[in-house]
Write a protein that binds this ligand. Structure first.
Ligand code: XMP
Length: 510
């Protein structure tokens, strides 16, 4: 039986993938499609609801992304978010105006009593990020929310099942956002909530099995959650037809290479080839300090090593990649601006002799990947392993890297992680790590003056890794970590804790 579908029409906003994820969190299957999709294709997909996303454009600009207004005649409920609300207004004869003041951040909003805001607090905060707003509603629409600076934060046309919100219900900073989306799905689109992870995993394994048949598959395994879950999924489908190559680039955390090798070869009994190439990577990275150049070099060296190993294996039919949704969006695959190039997207395909690529996790967010991992009986400690970036510690030694600096970072990071685990904070903080800054400062140890490096500690809480808050770790824990690092690791005389959220910072420092 086919799952009910909600379509998200992408107009280029930064949080768009989150909308899809939130919808699926409510057990409704959701796909995001570019706004260029034809009306006929939308009809063929037969969605129970449509969501217009936000986007950076102004709807009145000549080159603004628009849509055929016949979409409003389909009788399918539509929710416009931010730019999506303005677009709905513009297409239906309302007007949009530039506000005197840009609204950005948490804003107090008053919500009316209606179906979309059912059960929500009347006065609440919402996350805003807009310059324009709907100053004249199209006919048949009523205003349903206001803020101090925006007289029209939401509108509705109940008869036509059209709704708009100027704020972002999809982000955590809008406390009533989940309820609002749930109301849209269940009370307006009449969704039944028929999408669950176990069925996604079973269906995906079945599809992979049918697709691969008795052919050969190659997978680049990093030991991170994504590539591990992807590899185990393929292994469940086709067993020994899968070979995994694990490139140990020398930028891993303490003891990590050995652990990865052990888990996959012993616990899962998979074909795994470990390639140790620390020297190759370190010499390619010598004297390089720009983060994006580091990523590019690591990506290129990775391809070189992988290509060399793949040649030894010979021609394969399929190549597996553990790409997940945020990788796709944050690498600028959609219309959103590129923040960082995550090197695990793209890259390999041109260099390996294979027929087709398989990306079993391309539609999933990190926490969904974890749920899939548990469904696949992957041990909890692996499923709950915090994410680790492909370029590894190279983007956590700020500026030029060296073996010595990597070793200092590895030791400090290990202490931080060990103390977090011992204090029972490892599940409460979604990502935590140490960063070696290039800053040196004066300290005193014993009676001696020191002039050594500053180590930064970072811990964040997040569900989606697209927005994040800094973790409120107990002072006692931070104190213990600080003392241990200073005492046990050389060349560090100052420890700082990073208290910025994302945005405005990112999770990694580079
Ligand atoms: P940022 O720093 O962009 O990180 O807020 C979001 C998440 O992505 C991870 N990250 C990367 N992962 N290659 C990766 O595979 C990369 O180049 C990369 N940069 C950041 C980061 O650890 C966090 O989980």
């Amino acid at each position: 039986m086919k799952n009910q579908l909600v379509l998200v029409l992408d107009f280029g906003g930064q949080y768009n993938q989150l909308i899809a994820r939130r919808v699926r969190e409510h057990n409704v299957y959701c796909e995001m499609v570019p706004y260029t999709i034809s009306l006929d294709n939308i009809k063929k997909k037969n969605p129970v609801g449509i969501i217009f996303t936000g986007g950076p454009a102004a709807v009145t600009n000549n080159d603004a992304p628009l849509y055929d207004k016949k979409i409003f005649e389909l009788g399918i409920p539509i929710l416009g978010i931010c730019y999506g609300m303005q677009l709905m207004s513009h297409l239906l004869g309302g007007s949009v105006k530039k506000a005197e003041q840009r609204e950005y951040g948490k804003v107090n909003v008053e919500l009316s009593k209606n179906t979309l805001f059912n059960d929500c607090e009347k006065e609440t905060t919402c996350w805003m990020s807009h310059t324009y707003y709907v100053n004249n509603n199209p006919s048949g629409f009523n205003t349903t929310a206001t803020s101090e600076n925006c007289p029209n934060c939401a509108f509705e046309n109940v008869e036509k099942k059209l709704y708009g919100v100027q704020f972002h219900p999809e982000v955590n900073h809008t406390p009533e956002g989940q309820k609002i989306l749930k109301n849209f799905l269940y009370n307006i689109c009449n969704a039944t909530g028929d999408w669950i992870m176990s069925s996604y995993v079973d269906e995906t394994i079945l599809k992979i099995k049918q697709k691969i048949g008795n052919k050969k598959v190659l997978c680049a395994l990093s030991g991170g959650v994504d590539s591990s879950v992807a590899a185990v999924m393929i292994h469940k489908a086709v067993g020994d037809q899968l070979t995994c190559v694990f490139v140990d680039h020398g930028l891993l955390r303490k003891d990590e290479g050995d652990q990865v090798e052990k888990v996959f070869s012993e616990v899962f009994d998979m074909n795994i080839i470990r390639v140790n190439c620390e020297e190759q990577f370190l010499s390619a990275l010598a004297n390089v300090s720009d983060p994006e150049t580091k990523r590019k070099i690591i990506g290129e060296e990775f391809i070189r090593v992988f290509e060399r190993e793949a040649k030894k294996i010979g021609k394969v039919d399929f190549l597996v990649q553990g790409t997940i949704y945020p990788d796709v969006i944050e690498s600028g695959a959609g219309d959103a601006a590129t923040i960082k190039s995550h090197h695990n997207v793209g890259g390999l395909p041109d260099y390996v002799d294979f027929e087709e690529i398989i990306e079993p996790l391309r539609n999933l967010f990190k926490d969904e990947v974890r749920k899939a991992g548990l469904e696949l009986d992957i041990p909890e400690e692996l499923v709950w392993r915090q994410p680790f970036p492909g370029p590894g510690l190279a983007i956590r030694v700020i500026g030029a890297i060296s073996k010595d600096k990597l070793d200092i970072l590895r030791e400090a990071d290990w202490i931080f992680r060990e103390e977090i685990r011992k204090a029972g904070w490892d599940r409460k903080v979604n990502q935590y790590f140490a960063v070696l800054t290039p800053m040196r400062s004066v300290g005193v140890m014993g009676d001696e003056r020191t002039y050594d490096y500053t180590m930064a500690l970072r811990g964040v809480t997040t569900t989606d890794f697209m927005t994040a808050d800094w973790a409120r770790l107990p002072y006692d824990l931070l104190e213990k970590v600080s003392n241990r690092i200073i005492n046990e690791v050389g060349h560090i005389n100052r420890i700082v804790y990073d208290i910025t959220s994302k945005p405005p910072a990112t999770i990694e420092w580079e």
